[in-house]
Structures are given as C-alpha cells and as structure tokens.
Design a binder for this molecule. Structure first.
Ligand code: GLA
Length: 390
C-alpha cells in the first residue's frame, strides 16, 4: 500500500525532496453516544482502517491536494492565502480547515505543500473518515514544520475546532480524540468534561465486535446534528434555573427525574433524558466490562439503541432493521447504532461461534427487506495516528 502511494505521489507531483508518510484511523464508538457535547463519557476505539497521507514541503505558498479516492477530481490547487471554506473546495475543506486553525493558534506554516491522501474507510459509513483526515493533517503539519510542542491531544482539539469553525459541523471531541489517541486492543474511556481518559482493554476471549454498515446515509445529517445540540443546550439552560450544573453530564438519572419539569419544551426534555441516561450507561458499561460482566455490557448497548431511537431520534428504518435482526440472532450479546446517526453503521458484540451465522443470516434478511446488501467488518482495535516514515 505505502509503496503504491509513494509511486502515485511521484507520478502526480514529480520525484525528489523528502516525502513523509502518515496514517490516522477511523473509529467505532462502543457506547456513550451524543454525550460528548453534553459533558458526558464516551467509549470509542480506533480501527485498522483510516486515512493515509503523503506530504512534501514546497518552496512557494501553493497547496496541491490529490485524493486517490476522488482521482477524477485530479489535483486541486489552492494556496496558504486562500484558507477559506467553499463548496468548490470539496474534501480539501478538511485539511484546509486544519491549516487555518494552525495559523489562528500561532503555528505559522512557512511554506505550501503537496499532499496526497488515500482512505479505506467506507464513504458515509459514520466511522469518522473526516475526523481521521483532520487528525492526519494535524500530525502531518506538526511533523513537517517541527511543532514538537503539540501533543496528540492538541491535534485532536485542533481537528475538532476546525470542523466546528471551518466546516460548520458542531461535533464534539470524540472522533478526533479516538483517531489521535487510540491504543491497540483498548477502548478509550473519555470524560469529555475534563478530557481525563483511561484505556480499557477490550480483549474479549469469547466474542468479537462486528460493525454492520447499512450503506445508507440520509441527507441533512449536519443540520439535524446541530439541531440536537441546540435542543440539549436549551434543556440545560432550563435546568440551570433549578439546579447548579455545568453540563447534562453532571446529573444522575434520579437528579434528572427530580428536576426535569423545569425543561419547557417536551422535545428538549427527551433529548436531555437521553444525554443524561446515556452518560450513566457508558459509566456502567465500562465498569461491567472491567468486571467481565459482558452480558450487562450488551444489555446497556441495547438500551442505548432504544434511547437513541425513541428519545434522541437519530436512528432510521434501515438501522432499526439491522439492530432488531441482531437482537433476534443467536449469539448476539448486544447491538446498537453507532456514531452520529441517520444511517451509517451498527456495532454488535457477537459470540465467536455465532459470527458466521450473524453475517450470513442478517446479510440475507437485510437484503430481502431493504433491497441492497449490508457490509460487515469484524473489528480489530489499533493504535491512533502515527508517522509511517521510518
Ligand atoms: C459524531 C460526532 C461526535 C459525536 C457522535 C455522536 O460522530 O462527530 O462528536 O457527537 O456523532 O456520539
């Protein structure tokens, strides 16, 4: 793979100079969904799939971008003087947003660069291809320009800032954090209110984590996401008139029930209920995992799905079909929607001897019901973003 990408780089941009290579993974979240902008906990892990990047500094201010995935677009040219979001810039808005954020934070990019990327995260799958591209770009800039003081956590925060302020998607920190900070065979138990985190080993001797891609992505994802965030903020404001809290993540279920009447809008109340209960589920699930109570972990995953479907309303019929089929399938310990929602993937824990049957039975029934095939990936958890050049 790296050899082919190097050849492609030289073919597109010409040989010579020092060409550096990087990788940043996608992620899957096991539990704790839509909690990261509510001061709650998340539990994601980095995948083996992600985005590869090759870069070389230039003598001038030019930026040249090329994606092997969008080869028809050819080389997209821009410059360091043109770090402004535009529809025309397409996928390059992600790396450009990261470059813009570097500049804003005083990390001056002293020259342009040639940049080639290739990603193997399925498009629109909700496995964080954009976050991986942001983290990849952050790592690339740190390395090329020698910003040694930047930590991987800083790179995650820069990625999130650029996505919020350059790309207009008000995401939380989970995806960039997982891509930057992932650790092989571990999920990251992250408290998004403090950024304290802990690596929890996820070596399940008797089971596998299986991602199922519904291969649907409904439009308006970004705006529906931002709406949810606004609804949670409105609920928080109402709650703050009766209880001293900074985020929804500060509340237990009991405290929420005690104070929820303060939330004026019933829709906002449902959204807040999800945020509070889901945060508590994430905390309980990690405890259960550490104590080897994997059935309890599965039960909490199922409850997470019901809450995302009914209270947070970010599921869709195709995803509900996949999850319900999983719940009915022998050997399934838990199954839920994962990521932002409105399509994308489910994540399931399946007993080792049930995996083949899971894939064949659900694959067939999904095709019969929905009309197209789902895709299945048995997860291997890997390290976070890294420099590949030796
Ligand atoms: C998207 C966002 C994350 C997070 C999830 C939902 O992936 O980028 O910050 O909010 O949705 O848990």
């Amino acid at each position: 793979m790296q050899r082919e990408l190097m050849q492609k780089f030289e073919e597109m941009y010409g040989p010579g100079g020092e060409i550096r290579e990087y990788f940043a993974p996608g992620r899957v979240n096991l539990i704790g969904e839509h909690t990261d902008y509510n001061g709650g906990h998340v539990f994601p892990c980095a995948l083996t799939i992600g985005t590869y990047g090759l870069a070389r500094k230039r003598e001038d201010n030019k930026l040249r971008f090329y994606s092997v995935n969008f080869s028809k677009l050819g080389i997209i040219e821009s410059s360091l003087d043109d770090l402004i979001p535009s529809d025309k810039a397409g996928w390059t808005n992600y790396p450009k947003g990261v470059m813009w954020t570097f500049g804003k934070r005083g990390y001056e990019l002293t020259s342009g660069m040639d940049y080639l990327i290739y990603g193997n995260i399925p498009n629109g799958s909700g496995l964080s291809s954009s976050a991986s591209l942001e983290v990849l770009t952050g790592l690339m800039l740190k390395d090329l320009f020698g910003f040694d003081q930047l930590t991987k956590q800083d790179i995650a925060l820069i990625g999130q800032y650029s996505e919020n302020n350059f790309n207009g998607m008000n995401c939380g920190i989970m995806d960039q954090f997982a891509s930057a900070m992932g650790k092989k065979d571990c999920a990251i138990f992250l408290d998004t209110s403090t950024l304290n985190y802990e690596y929890a080993p996820v070596k399940l001797p008797d089971a596998k984590i299986v991602i199922t891609n519904s291969k649907v992505k409904h439009s308006l994802v970004g705006s529906a996401y931002n709406d949810r965030r606004n609804e949670c903020e409105a609920a928080l404001k109402d709650l703050q008139t009766v209880v001293d809290i900074k985020t929804l993540g500060d509340l237990t279920e009991e405290e929420f029930e005690m104070h929820k009447a303060a939330i004026k809008d019933p829709v906002c109340c449902k959204r807040a209920k999800h945020a509070v209960y889901e945060n508590q589920r994430a905390v309980k699930a990690v405890k259960a995992l550490k104590e080897n109570r994997i059935d309890e972990f599965g039960r909490l995953m199922n409850a997470s799905h019901v809450s995302l479907r009914d209270d947070y309303e970010v599921s869709c019929s195709e995803i509900d079909i996949l999850v319900e089929l999983a719940w009915e399938t022998e050997g399934v310990i838990g199954s839920r929607i994962t990521g932002g929602g409105f399509g994308g993937c489910t994540v399931s824990i399946v007993k080792n001897d049930g995996v083949d049957n899971f894939i064949s039975t659900i694959g067939k029934q999904y095709k019969d019901k929905v009309g197209h095939e789902a895709e299945f990936y048995v997860v291997e958890i890997d390290d976070g973003a890294r420099i590949l050049t030796k």
